[in-house]
Design a protein around this ligand. Sequence first.
Ligand code: FAD
Length: 652
Amino acid sequence: MTRGIRSESGKLRRVAIVGGGVAGLSATLRLAELGVPVDLYSLVPVRRSHSVVAQGGISGGDGSGTEEDARAFFEETIEAGEFLAHQPPVLGMALAAPQIVDLFDRMGVPFHRTAEGRVDRRRLSGGAVARAAFAGATTGQQILYALDEQVRRLEAEPALDERGLRVPGETLVKKLERWDFIEIVRDDAGTCVGLVAQDLVSMDIKAFAYDAVLLATGGPGAIFGKSAFGATTTSAAAAAVVRQGAVYANAEFIQMHPTAVSGANKQHVISDALRAEGARLWVPNSKTDRRPPREIPEKERDYFLERASSPLGNLSAADVATRAILSICLKEERGIFDAATETNSNAVYLDATHVGQRTLRARLGGAVDTWDKLLGVNVCTTPLKVFPAVSYSMGGLWVDYESGAGGAIAPVSPRNQATSIPGLYAAGEVEYQYHGANRLGGGSLLSCAYGGLLAAGAIAAYRSAMERSALDLPKSIFEKCQKANEKAYGDLLGRGQEDEEAENPYSLSDELGEAMLRDCTAERSDEALDALAKKLEDLAERAQKTKALDTSIRANDAAPAMRRLEGAVLLARVIAASARKRAESRGAHFKPAKPNRDDAAWLKTTLARWEGDAPKVVDTFDYSCAGKTLSQTTAIDTSLLKVRPRKTEGKA
Ligand SMILES: Cc1cc2nc3c(=O)[nH]c(=O)nc-3n(C[C@H](O)[C@H](O)[C@H](O)COP(=O)(O)OP(=O)(O)OC[C@H]3O[C@@H](n4cnc5c(N)ncnc54)[C@H](O)[C@@H]3O)c2cc1C
């Protein structure tokens, strides 16, 4: 075994983390604490990672810190996810939630406090109890910045050897911002031994050796065109490793946030926090009511989520609230009447005007002004017009876990957060482990932090158990990979420059987004998914015929965009194939032709992998971790909570 900080040939044994959102930064901190030197890659300065947009809060228990509350939160998460998540990791996350909020509190995250000075909690969507700690409505930003401050400190901290002596010129953390991960490097046995990345300023492509790589690259944003995802969620990193053999799980579970306002090129989510503070969703009783909303009296309004069938009311889980809004607007055609077009629009009112300026400003902080600047609407005085938007993926790279005492997760095992490619780990929204078919509000920031911390322990254990460090492998493995990627990039730059028929990659990206939004979000039909599969095959071919709209040698964003488009189409095909396969409705996956949950046939994980040039949904696969070969199936570990109908939404 190679336990030391140096490899046999005397090189410092670093690991790589790709992604500097909440998941990647949490993992970086813990690895550094464990004395493992980290290279941290990010497309953008880490403070601009997508985590910055998270508004409503982070689930952190009800404040009592009791095991009873952790168990109740575990049950709520499992039930909201319609029993599709393996239970031990979710229990592990629920038990760790209060400590994670404490950790962020100690780092200086300015959580809202109660009058007694304790960290305050609010309810978020799908939650019956107030468990989300929050910093106004900029919780993600505050957590991201607090983590980044800690990581900056570690950038100046020297790496120490086994005797506690400084390793000359080496720090515990090195940040490589504005670097684009392209793919992993694998040795002859298929183990991940490093990565290939491109410096987005010089455009140099380099292959690096690492003992392990953690992907924390966020959700599959680029696939859904105009969505609530940010520009850094390209999905290309996940697509690259799927192409290289990683298994992807539960791809069909794509969450729509019920309340978003359409912007020029993006959907702006209006956080659950507004509903947590009392905002209500409604449409006028009359389909053709032309009056401004504040002139419509209470008794002439339909507060459609406050009926008995939705016990969680305006804070119903995202899938339930989304379907209610879609039903009002698309099926019943009762969306807000637009006098200009004489039609019912795709919008309902989100109304907080009764809550009061003082409360909203005190509890939501800067968000009130941000929405005002962004949308030109003061939520304190004017109801917003909202409609659902794609905002999150429950599915992601398949990752493993090891159960420990009492059924919860073993805190240190090289299997935790390991993907199906040995040496490659994943944490955060890029993986599938914690939310099953539907995510509770506040659950993602928690699973990102928890998954990142867990992955760090796993990587340290994996690294200690290695027979031979990746740093001692022949240079030729890395040189070969680097050359192949340099050539591929050169080909991209040159492709189609003389061809007038060559396609515009940005237009193809729009086509992809439109097709996926139409056929693979809130409602799916097998006919539409079959047509979508053909459309995506066609897009995959056309993506090979695009040309770079800019051929600059330096700081070229156009050629990497072509690479990202190919990745987005690949992952879209995995999502569409997984959605086609699941013949039932569960959580965010809804097929009107099969409107019910079917546990007898479908209480199982969807596992998909890339075979040849197409996605394939599989029932089993083998993978190896730290020298052991393990067989995986679609079965779900339901050992801790008996499967039951989902009662919280009144659907049982
Ligand atoms: C509007 C909105 C509000 C939300 N509010 C909440 C909330 O209140 N509570 C909650 O729990 N969740 C919320 N979520 C969800 C939550 O914000 C995200 O799921 C979470 O922040 C994802 O974090 P992450 O660390 O996995 O990835 P990200 O924060 O997306 O970070 C990804 C990182 O990977 C890097 N990266 C990506 N590709 C590459 C590449 N090829 N090469 C190098 N680097 C790469 C990026 O630069 C970035 O640093 C919200 C989501 C949205 C859209």
